[in-house]
Design a protein around this ligand. Structure first.
Ligand code: XMP
Length: 509
C-alpha cells in the first residue's frame, strides 16, 4: 500500500484515487499519525500532500526527520515538497512571483519520474512560497519561468518532490509521474483492484458490525444501492433496508428498485418498501413555494423512515451511502443556501443507534460505480443519472398533484427512450423532462386545447456546480416533441431549456 500523508491540502483524496487508478491501494492518514504507526503500516511509498501553510511558520504541520531514515520512498507535492526541503536543510521562502493555474514547466528527462514526459509540459501550480535552495544531495529536476525548483530529487535516498500538483487534471502528464513513482521507485506490483476493495470492506464491515443490526435508507440511487449491496454481502439478513417510495420517482422506478432488492432479487437482506405517495400528495396539496415543497418532502421522509425503523426495533448502526463528494460538500459548504438538498445533513432524530457506518465515504463517484458492478448490480442502476432526493417534486413547477406527476413521468420516459435510441444516453451528464406550471392554447385535430407545457433539459457538467446546456440534435428533439404531444394526455407544448448554470440551476426548483 501507499500512504498519503495529509497536510491539509484540498486534493488529498484525489491523490489516493490517482494511486488506486494505477492498481495500487492508497490510504490517506493525518500527518500527525506518528512514526511508530507508519512503521507498523510499512507502506511501499509515502506521498506528502499539499497544504495551505508556510513550512517556516511555527504553527504549520511538520513531520520530523525520522521519516526520511526509514528507507521508504517519499514523493512530496507542493507543501509536501517544501516540507522535504525545509526538514532536510534546504531553504523555503516567499516566492517573488507566486504561480497559480496552468504553468509551462521544463522537466529533466533524466529523472525517473519524467522519463517519458514531454520536456515542456503543462502542470498545475498553486503556491506563494517556493524552494529557494535545495538540501544537500538533491538535484533540480524541473523549473518554470518564476520557480527555479519546480522539481527536485535525491535518487539515492529515493526522495522526490514537485512544487506542482501532479494529481489534478490540469497537470497534463501528472498521472505518468505518479505511475513512475509507484512502479519504478516503489516497485509496486499493481495487482489491487476494485474486487480487493470489496473484499476488504466486507471483512471490515463484518468485524465492525459483528452480530448487530443495521438500518439503511435505500433511495434506489447509485450510492445507497451500492452501500446496500456491500452491506448485504457482509452481513446478509442483519441488514434492514427501508425504501420510501414517495410517489415522486420516475416512471416504474419504484418497481425496479423492488426487483433488485426485494424478495425476488439477488441480495440477502430485509427489504421494506413503503408506498407513501398518497401521504405525500396530501401534504403537498396547495403548496407552491419551492423551499416549502422541499421541506415538506424532506420532513415527511424522516417521519416515515422513523416510523418504519421503530417497527423494526432497536438497531445498532445506521448506514449511509455517503460518498467523498458529499463529505467535501458538507465540509466546505459555507456559502449561501441556494436550495436545501434534502438528503444532505438531515438525520432522523428519533431513532437510536450506536454508530453510523459509511462504507463509501472515501470513494469518488466513478469508483462507487465500479464497486456496484463488482457486486453484480445491473448497469442501468449503476450508470443511472443523478436524481434529486425530492424527486419529481422539484421538476413540477408549483403545486404537485398526482395528475401532474403522471404527465412528467410519461414525458420523461419518452424523452429518455428517444435519447437512448439515438445512442446519446452517455453523452449528457443529466437530462430530464420537467412540467412548467404554464398552460397555453393549442389545437388538436379540430379542437382547441388548453394544456400544460413540458420543458426538456439536458446539461453537460463535470461537477454539477456549473453546467452548460447540451447540444441535442434537432431531429431528436423534434421526435421527442412529437411523441410527447401525441402520447401524453394534458400536454400540448414542448420547450427546450437552453439556460446554463449559472444563472439557472439544473433542476427547476
Ligand atoms: P441544481 O438544481 O442545484 O442541481 O443545479 C445540482 C445537482 O444536484 C441535484 N439535486 C439534488 N440532489 N437532493 C439531491 O440528492 C436534492 O435535494 C437535490 N436538488 C438538486 C440535481 O439533480 C443536480 O444533479
Amino acid at each position: 500500500r501507499i500512504l498519503v500523508l495529509d497536510f491539509g491540502g484540498q486534493y488529498n483524496q484525489l491523490i489516493a484515487r490517482r494511486v488506486r487508478d494505477e492498481g495500487v491501494y492508497a490510504e490517506v492518514y493525518s500527518s500527525d499519525i506518528g512514526i511508530e504507526k507508519i512503521k507498523e503500516l510499512n507502506p511501499k511509498g509515502i506521498i506528502f500532500t499539499g497544504g495551505p501553510q508556510s513550512v517556516y511558520k511555527e504553527e504549520s504541520q511538520h513531520i520530523g526527520k525520522e521519516i526520511f531514515e526509514l528507507g521508504i520512498p517519499i514523493f512530496g507535492f507542493c507543501y509536501g515538497a517544501q516540507l522535504i526541503a525545509y526538514e532536510l536543510g534546504g531553504e523555503v521562502a516567499t516566492a517573488p512571483v507566486s504561480e497559480y493555474g496552468k504553468t509551462e514547466t521544463h522537466v529533466e528527462k533524466s529523472s525517473v519520474l519524467f522519463s517519458d514526459v514531454s520536456e515542456e509540459t503543462t502542470v498545475f501550480m498553486s503556491h506563494t512560497d517556493y524552494i529557494a535552495k535545495v538540501p544537500e544531495g538533491f538535484t533540480i529536476t524541473a523549473h518554470t519561468e518564476h520557480c527555479p525548483v519546480a522539481g527536485m530529487e535525491d535518487g539515492k535516498r529515493q526522495i522526490y518532490a514537485v512544487q506542482f500538483h501532479p494529481e489534478v487534471q490540469h497537470s497534463v502528464e501528472g498521472q505518468k509521474m505518479i505511475h513512475h513513482f509507484l512502479y519504478d521507485v516503489c516497485k509496486c506490483t499493481g495487482d489491487w483492484k476494485m474486487a480487493s476493495f470489496v473484499e476488504e470492506q466486507v471483512s471490515l464491515l463484518k468485524n465492525k458490525i459483528g452480530s448487530g443490526k443495521v438500518l439503511l435508507a435505500l433511495s434506489g440511487g447509485v450510492d445507497s444501492s451500492v452501500a446496500a449491496g456491500l452491506l448485504s454481502r457482509a452481513i446478509g439478513k442483519q441488514l434492514y433496508c427501508v425504501f420510501v417510495d414517495h410517489g415522486l420517482l420516475r416512471k416504474n422506478e419504484g418497481d425496479q428498485v423492488e426487483e433488485i432488492f426485494g424478495e425476488k432479487g439477488d441480495f440477502e437482506l430485509n427489504f421494506v418498501r413503503v408506498n407513501a405517495g398518497e401521504e405525500y400528495f396530501e401534504k403537498l396539496a396547495g403548496v407552491e413555494d419551492p423551499e416549502k415543497k422541499r421541506k415538506i418532502i424532506g420532513e415527511q421522509f424522516i417521519r416515515i423512515f422513523e416510523r418504519e425503523a421503530n417497527k423494526i426495533g432497536t438497531v445498532d448502526f445506521l448506514a449511509q451511502g455517503t460518498i467523498y463528494a458529499d463529505v467535501v460538500e458538507s465540509g466546505l459548504g459555507k456559502g449561501a443556501v441556494i436550495k436545501s438538498h434534502h438528503n444532505v445533513g438531515g438525520l432522523p432524530k428519533n431513532i437510536s443507534f450506536k454508530e453510523i457506518v459509511e462504507p463509501l465515504r472515501l470513494l469518488f463517484k466513478d469508483e462507487v460505480r465500479k464497486v456496484g458492478l463488482e457486486l453484480g448490480l445491473p448497469e442501468h442502476l449503476v450508470y443511472r443519472q443523478p436524481f434529486p432526493g425530492p424527486g419529481l417534486g422539484v421538476r413540477i413547477i408549483g403545486e404537485v398533484t398526482p395528475e401532474k406527476v403522471r404527465m412528467v413521468q410519461d414525458a420523461d420516459f419518452i424523452y429518455r427512450e428517444e435519447i437512448e435510441k439515438a445512442g446519446l444516453s452517455r453523452s449528457y451528464s443529466q437530462y430530464f423532462a420537467a412540467l412548467t406550471n404554464m398552460r397555453s392554447v393549442g389545437v388538436m385535430g379540430d379542437f382547441r386545447t388548453y394544456d400544460y407545457a413540458v420543458a426538456l433539459r439536458a446539461v453537460i457538467t463535470d461537477d454539477f456546480m456549473t453546467a452548460e446546456c447540451a447540444d441535442i440534435p434537432f431531429s431528436v428533439l423534434q421526435r421527442v416533441m412529437n411523441r410527447i404531444v401525441n402520447e401524453v394526455k394534458g400536454v400540448n407544448r414542448v420547450f427546450y431549456d437552453l439556460t446554463s448554470k449559472p444563472p439557472g440551476t439544473i433542476e427547476m426548483e
